[in-house]
Design a protein around this ligand. Structure first.
Ligand SMILES: [Zn+2]
Length: 310
């Protein structure tokens, strides 16, 4: 489907026509990336021309005041991976493109993100069967093979509380021999530093917003824990940027990872909150905003296709 449907969108003129029609009907959109080169990112943004990137805050203000968002979109990046934030910031400063980086403060303060630990376990855990009876609640049988383990661990991230996630991931990391274990701190992708954030946030086009403290699915947390994740991360980022933190990004961003309570709590502390549910902007709840996820393997016509399908 990817190839057949996106053929007409190879032609920018066809895209302009479709985009203009859809924009009138459904308004603008918010793009989301995690990790890609500045060159690939530039291709994506140029593919969306003549739609124009505007600051996320301005886009949200338009939604909240009932103004049209046609022809506009926002650029957002999740997780604060050092090399990505550095390269993309440089490009955005150069081009004058407003960009928002959602950062999990615990990661910037030295914690390894849970999905990075799973990538590590996947890389170094020898193929075989493992006794998982300590975690029988999450594992269906008492003995599991590596493939099953990786799948179960990944599923856990989407709904489970951080204490359970941490305990489970650390159990498997501890199964590795000592030499391998020491590689974890060396190999995990390093975050952007607070010093760099302090410098970058002086630039008008760059904004840092909250992606929680521990990067846990908020549906697995109590009301008190959700509030802590939101308020604490907001305070920490504001103390480094001297700018207001007005937006929250739900870790994992799916319906089952967000739950019922979190949007209500986000409304107390932010003016918007974003998900990873795909869609364009049209009279949305500002605390449940859809985004369009784009990836390094997406070519220009597929980027266009993704933004016009919703
Ligand atoms: Zn994230």
């Amino acid at each position: 489907m990817k190839n057949i449907c996106s053929i007409p969108l190879v032609f920018p003129g066809v895209f302009h026509l479709i985009e203009s029609f859809i924009g009138r009907k459904f308004g603008g959109f918010i793009c989301c990336w995690h990790n890609l080169s500045a060159e690939r990112f530039q291709n994506h943004v140029e593919a969306l021309h003549p739609s124009k990137p505007i600051p996320l805050e301005e886009l949200v203000n338009r939604i909240r005041s009932g103004k049209s968002t046609k022809g506009c979109y926002a650029l957002t990046f999740d997780d604060g991976i050092g090399s990505t934030v550095r390269d993309i910031s440089k490009k955005c400063i150069d081009k004058g493109w407003p960009v928002t980086f959602y950062v999990p403060t615990g990661y910037l303060d030295g914690e390894i993100l849970p999905y990075q630990k799973i990538e590590f376990i996947n890389k170094y855990l020898p193929i075989g069967e493992y006794d998982v009876q300590d975690f029988s609640k999450n594992f269906k049988s008492k003995i599991a093979n590596k493939k099953k383990i990786i799948k179960t661990l990944t599923d856990l991230l989407y709904f489970e509380n951080f204490t359970v996630v941490k305990k489970t991931l650390d159990y498997f990391i501890n199964l590795l021999d000592r030499e391998k274990k020491t590689l974890l701190n060396k190999e995990f992708p390093k975050p952007i530093s607070w010093n760099e954030i302090e410098d970058l946030s002086k630039k008008k086009v760059i904004s840092f917003q909250s992606h929680s403290v521990t990067h846990t699915a908020v549906s697995g947390l109590s009301e008190k824990e959700i509030e802590y994740e939101m308020v604490k991360s907001k305070e920490i980022i504001e103390s480094h940027t001297n700018q207001k933190v007005h937006s929250f990004c739900y870790p994992y961003g799916e319906k089952k990872s967000i739950g019922e309570i979190a949007p209500r709590i986000a409304a107390k502390h932010f003016t918007s909150a974003v998900t990873l549910l795909r869609g364009r902007l049209k009279k949305n709840n500002p605390f449940y905003l859809p985004r369009i996820g784009l990836y390094r393997e997406d070519n220009s016509s597929f980027v266009r296709l993704k933004t016009v399908l919703n």
